[in-house]
Design a binder for this molecule. Structure first.
Ligand code: AMP
Ligand code: ZN
Length: 500
């Protein structure tokens, strides 16, 4: 079966066929950095990570972009209460966001552009819209997108959400970044500097001001992924107005289709209610870590429900996650024990992985618009069967090896296993074999030299009664939070750190 997603644009489940075979350009609306991200935000970001990991599992080369919204209305409101610079204020929450992303074992996006570093691109996009006659500067000095002119040019406003234009009064304007469907009106692309904005403004052809929130995402996504790209993700609350406005601005400027597939995650409720500080059910990731839960327990919990279903988050559910992970860990550890190091080579194991029921059922489930419940059912069936065979001493090492490798492959998508599943690479296994051969003929000088060579490559040998075992030496590196955005090799560095 081929991969299918529910596309908000067509309101149907569609086969996924990227614009360039084998490659996927994917943009996820990132955090607005004025506070610590809450567990609802994390549901959406973990959903984005699942999409990326699954596409990579399917063999696609993914370019994952997640913006950092570091200037918009809410930020300005909060920032005014502090005595810091805008960068200092947003930098603190941005750094916390990346720390949390790592705590939840999300793969680092390849690009994390900041809005404040794309003012030139934003201005140029607004200039294109003005040149096409679908934007105008109003008497208040701000530049607005004209929905009427856009529609008159033959384009559709309301591609993701059906809108009733009869109720709209032409020429009405909305300046705030967020507004309801009922308030649909010309929206701000560039906001003329207001007294409340303080020092937060940039020069532009229309005077000092700052960008509207929606144009930020259009400018950054198209700069990095081009005028048309494959996937755009976010929480369901972003469908309107944010994503609708992104489509209008981007297609209005380029005349090309903006995004092929729009994926939206449903919201998270806490104990059945919308999260709010006054109800005492508002949790940041940090609140939950402080209660003693781990990042992987929280990740597991967020991955239990289908992304298009509202997820009811409970602390009791996190306890359940702990128990489920302990079962998985126990089984994987036992498998590892049986596998030892003298069974299948990595290549042989890889060949067998594809034939395992676990991988087949898991793939079938996730191909079907990321049917995670069916994917978990496959995992727990496998767990039950594996435990049974281990208990009955009926799991030969070669089958255990294939099963262990299959779990490693599944876990590359789920990202929840604590027990290392990485097999030693073929080169390392070959060295181990040579060392065993040398020991057999009592050539200890040679076998010691091989042991030292393995150590230099980061692997130590433990001789156990069941035979030799390979263990990867842990390397610790420090993580520089500025790296992903300030250093071209940020992504690689992040990945290395993940293996620490
Ligand atoms: P923000 O930082 O407010 O821009 O939100 C970041 C992401 O979190 C967006 O994709 C939102 O749609 C998403 N989001 C906000 N609240 C929730 C929630 N309760 N459940 C799931 N996703 C949410
Ligand atoms: Zn966005």
């Amino acid at each position: 079966m081929s991969l299918k997603f529910f596309n908000t644009l067509s309101r149907s489940v569609q086969e996924f066929a990227p614009l360039t075979p084998g490659k996927v350009g994917m943009y996820c609306c990132g955090p607005t950095v004025y506070d610590f991200a809450h567990i609802g935000n994390w549901r959406t970001f973990v959903f984005g990570d699942l999409v990326r990991r699954y596409l990579e599992f399917k063999g696609y080369e993914v370019r994952h972009v997640m913006n950092i919204t570091d200037v918009e209305d809410k930020i300005i409101r909060r920032f005014r209460e502090t005595k810091t610079s805008l960068r200092e204020f947003t930098g603190k929450f941005e750094a916390a966001f990346f720390e949390d992303l790592k705590a939840l074992n999300c793969r680092m996006p390849h690009e994390t552009p900041r809005a404040t570093e794309h003012i030139a691109e934003i201005i140029s996009l607004i200039e294109q819209l003005l040149a096409h006659g679908i934007a105008y500067q109003a008497a208040d000095g701000s530049v607005y997108f004209s929905i009427e002119k856009y529609r008159a040019s033959g384009r559709t406003y309301g591609q993701l959400l059906k809108l009733n234009f009869e109720e709209m009064r032409a020429g009405e304007r909305v300046k705030s970044d967020d507004y309801a469907k009922e308030a649909v009106a010309d929206f701000a692309l560039w906001k003329a500097r207001a007294a409340d904005d303080g020092e937060v403004s940039w020069p532009s052809p229309w005077g000092e001001g700052r960008p509207g929130w929606h144009i930020e995402c259009s400018a950054m996504s198209m700069k990095i992924l081009g005028p048309t790209f494959d996937l755009h993700l976010g929480g369901e609350d972003l469908i309107f107005p944010h994503h609708e406005d992104e489509i209008a601005q981007s297609e209005g400027a380029t005349g090309k289709p903006f995004v092929k597939y729009w994926l939206h995650g449903a919201h998270l409720l806490v104990e059945g209610k919308k999260m709010s500080k006054s109800l005492g059910n508002f949790f940041t990731l940090r609140d939950l870590l402080a209660k003693g839960f781990t990042g992987r327990e929280i990740r597991y919990s967020l991955l239990t429900a289908h992304y298009r279903e509202t997820f009811n988050f409970t602390l009791g559910g996190l306890e359940g996650a702990r128990a489920a992970l302990a079962r998985i860990d126990g089984c994987v550890a036992k498998l590892r024990e049986i596998v030892g190091s003298d069974t299948l080579s990595r290549v042989q194991a890889d060949q067998q992985v594809g034939r395992t029921e676990l991988v087949a059922h898991f793939t079938e489930a996730l191909d079907d618009d990321l049917n995670i419940s069916a994917a978990w059912a496959a995992v727990f069936d496998w767990l039950r069967e594996t435990n049974r065979r281990i208990a009955e001493k009926n799991l030969p090492p070669d089958e255990a090896s294939a099963s262990f490798a299959a779990w490693g492959k599944i876990n590359s998508v789920l990202g929840i296993s604590a027990v290392a599943t990485a097999e030693a690479p073929a080169e390392i296994l070959a060295l181990l074999e040579q060392r065993q051969a040398a020991r057999k003929v009592k050539d200890f000088k040679h076998s010691d030299a091989i042991r030292d060579e393995l150590k230099a490559k980061g692997w130590v040998i433990e001789d156990t009664p069941k035979g030799p075992k390979l263990k990867k030496v842990k390397k610790h590196r420090t993580f520089n939070l500025q790296l992903p955005t300030s250093n071209a090799c940020g992504n690689e560095c992040w990945k290395l750190n993940f293996e620490c």
